[in-house]
Design a protein around this ligand. Structure first.
Ligand code: HEC
Ligand code: HEC
Length: 232
């Protein structure tokens, strides 16, 4: 057993001893996050009405990369360029670890599950087999839009925020790693596609409450993602 692992076990045991399960695994909050809470919420769940995204539970490497991009201007946003300017690499890493460790509160899935063009783009993609093919968003962001690793969670982010990101890729004001995956995808989406798919994801729960119906509409074919292009 490595020292690090042993340390983590000890920390977990301590968390159980002092507070049941609630505090397990939440990284220490660096002082800088006090200045983030006004927009991203004390619980890191953002402010959908204002278009401030939720950060809680996103992958630490993804968050760190975004803070780096805001600081260096490869992701343009006046508010976040200003916020990121003063953060050095060590602080960015601590902030990212903190938000990544925050739990996402369970939220009931809306009823009925959204369907239509947005669901189609999300689960099956568009124009499969043509040069204009848009891969199913779910093939990277997960069937319920909850994200996986550096593919961030889309479920529950506001439609205004999500569509601003797709438009930013179309305009070239948001860069990204790796492989410009999203730039290529965003440029194949029409304004109507963007409206539909962002409304779809905004309506999904960021952490479906136990017993909630599955995110995918029940009539999606089981191989809905078969037409998805491989990442790359
Ligand atoms: C004045 C409001 C405001 C404050 C304060 C603020 N943010 Fe933001 N944040 C935003 C907005 C608006 C966006 C969306 C930017 C965009 O559209 O690209 C954002 C986006 C982000 C993202 C990208 C999320 C994603 O899913 O890609 C991260 C990470 C982030 N903020 C971290 C922070 C941190 C860390 C702090 C504190 C040091 C902070 N923010 C303070 C408004 C704010
Ligand atoms: C091949 C994999 C892949 C597919 C397919 C894909 N994405 Fe992404 N997506 C990514 C990656 C990687 C990122 C993170 C980009 C970065 O590092 O800035 C991302 C980020 C995003 C973001 C930004 C989220 C945030 O918090 O700022 C949005 C919005 C998004 N994708 C929407 C979509 C939509 C809509 C589709 C389907 C039309 C889609 N994606 C399909 C890989 C993918």
């Amino acid at each position: 057993m490595t020292n690090r692992f042993r340390h983590r076990l000890a920390a977990t045991a301590f968390a159980i001893a002092i507070g049941g399960t609630a505090g397990i695994g939440i990284a220490a909050a660096p002082p800088e996050v006090a200045s983030c809470a006004g927009c991203h919420g004390a619980n890191g769940m953002g402010n959908p009405a204002a278009g401030f995204p939720a950060l809680a539970g996103l992958h630490a490497g993804y968050l760190e990369q975004q803070l780096y991009a805001f600081k260096h201007g490869t992701r343009a946003n006046a508010m976040m360029n200003a916020m990121g300017a003063s953060l050095n690499a060590a602080t960015r890493a601590k902030i990212a670890a903190y938000y990544a460790s925050l739990p996402v509160p369970p939220v009931a899935e809306p009823d009925p599950a959204p369907s239509g063009l947005g669901a189609q783009i999300a689960m099956q993609g568009l124009n499969t087999g043509t040069p204009h093919a848009v891969p199913a968003c779910a093939s990277c962001h997960g069937d319920a839009g909850l994200g996986q690793g550096r593919f961030p969670r889309l479920a529950g982010q506001s439609a205004a925020y999500l569509s601003a990101q797709l438009v930013a890729w179309q305009k070239g004001t948001r860069g990204e790693t790796p492989l410009h995956l999203m730039r290529h995808i965003a440029r194949k989406l029409s304004p109507a596609d963007i409206t539909a798919v962002t409304a779809y994801y905004a309506a999904l729960s960021p952490n479906p409450a136990p017993g909630a119906p599955a995110a995918a509409s029940p009539d999606s074919p089981p191989n809905a993602k078969a037409g998805a292009k491989k990442p790359g």
